[in-house]
Design a protein around this ligand. Structure first.
Ligand SMILES: Cc1ncc(COP(=O)(O)O)c(C=O)c1O
Length: 407
């Protein structure tokens, strides 16, 4: 019986869960009253002032959309067809037209929705397939794709000694996997390591995937965040040229700044047009059974930006500013750390791409940063360089140096 004399009820047996490893850091940060606190944890872009802006081109598209919207009737499980077409064309570029008949695309609830539906469809089609994720990977990958019921394994990816990709070990593992297994790959801005495959490594991976009959599940959450919209997907396109089947999970959260609007897409390329047509019906049924339809607004806005040459150009220019800032903050922090500890190499911090790198700190150091310095990192010691600014870089560098192993 509870204090109020009630029985515990249906849900009374549920225990309190630990906080989400990443969202929990944001909650702890918000609750900290210290004026000098720094959030290096959360996975969103920040400008120099610490804000996560809506790009002006996106706001412009929103205004036009709202002005012309006369109905909010349902959109259908596959979402906005113009969005689906344009977002896949942005990812696949010149390949999109040739693959069109073999591609089934559904608008999803962000990139997470694409990963979840993709895993669900793999389970429906091949319940014995194993999904292989990089070691390490984004903290939500395993929960998202694993909750489909499929088995998960990790392939070697990151070499903490070189702070680069453990490419030989990764390849060795891929060479051993049975055909039909699924390999989840980060297209660019690997989360959490910042270490990406280079072009020749992508070409090798594409060849191994094709030769061994492995199915790539490509997670594209950061197109335009490493270098630019084209360069960032060069590896994806090499893979798409080689393999008969692939899954592509696209997120518009970061590059369009549409985070809370939950805009994304799942494109699946199949060996034949007939299979793609069947797949589209399964995509729609899966969505219908889970949440029926995706939210409209974010995807409609992204479709408008992509469909209007002026807005598209303005948005790309804003994206370039974000990328330049992330690169500048990487170089700045690496320089400040090197100035404090000249015997150590921090060049990797400047070399990594996108928002994230791993500092390689242990749990005690991460706890000390939070409790003593009010600097917040998730439990894996991932740093978001967009949380660094000209204003806080000296303090951030001091704090990091204070928890590095002694000289
Ligand atoms: C690697 C990776 N994949 C997918 C996502 C999904 O993004 P969203 O569902 O917010 O669009 C994220 C977001 O942080 C991510 O980092």
């Amino acid at each position: 019986m509870t204090a109020a004399g009630q029985l515990p009820g249906m849900f009374g047996g549920l225990e309190l869960l630990p906080p989400d490893p990443i969202l929990g850091v944001s909650a702890a940060f918000r609750a900290d009253p210290d004026p000098g606190k720094v959030d290096l944890g959360v996975g969103v872009y920040r400008d120099e002032a610490g804000n996560t802006p809506v790009p002006a081109a996106v706001r412009e598209a929103e205004r036009a959309l709202l002005a012309g919207q006369s109905s909010k009737t349902y959109v259908g499980p596959a979402g906005n067809p113009e969005f689906n077409e344009r977002i896949v064309a942005m990812a696949l570029g010149p390949l999109a037209a040739g693959l069109r008949e073999r591609t089934a695309t559904i608008q999803t609830v962000g990139g997470c929705g694409a990963l979840r539906i993709g895993a669900e469809l793999v389970r429906v089609a091949a319940p014995g397939a194993v999904i292989h994720v990089s070691d390490p990977t984004w903290a939500n990958h395993e929960p998202l794709v694993g909750s489909s019921g499929l088995s998960l394994q990790r392939y070697p990816y990151y070499d903490s000694a070189t702070r680069g990709v453990a490419f030989e070990r990764m390849l060795d593992r891929l060479e051993q996997l049975p055909g039909g297994d699924v390999v989840l790959l980060h297209v660019c801005c690997h989360n959490p390591t910042g270490a990406d495959l280079d072009r020749s490594q992508w070409a090798t991976v594409a060849e191994v995937l094709a030769r061994r009959g492995l199915v790539p599940f490509l997670d594209l959450a950061y197109q335009g965040f490493a270098d630019d919209l084209e360069a960032d997907v060069a590896g994806l396109r090499l893979v798409a040229e080689r393999v008969p089947t692939l899954l592509l999970a696209i997120s518009c959260s970061k590059n369009f700044g549409l985070y809370r609007e939950r805009a994304g897409a799942l494109a699946i390329v199949a060996p034949t047009a007939a299979t793609a047509r069947a797949l589209a019906t399964h995509q729609a049924r899966t969505a219908r059974r889970m949440y029926s339809m995706p939210p409209d607004h974010g995807a409609a806005v992204a479709a408008r930006v992509l469909g209007d040459p002026g807005l598209r150009e303005a948005w790309q220019a804003e994206l370039a500013v974000m990328v330049a800032r992330m690169k500048a903050m990487r170089a700045l922090l690496a320089g400040r750390l090197a100035a404090r500890r000249p015997e150590r190499d921090f060049g990797w911090l400047a070399r990594h791409r996108g928002m994230f790198s791993l500092l390689g700190l242990d749990a005690a150091a991460i706890a000390r940063l939070r409790e003593v310095e009010h600097v917040y990192l998730p439990p894996d010691g991932r740093i978001n360089v967009a949380g660094v600014s000209e204003e806080n870089v000296e303090r951030v560098a001091d704090c990091i140096v204070s928890v590095l192993d002694p000289r």
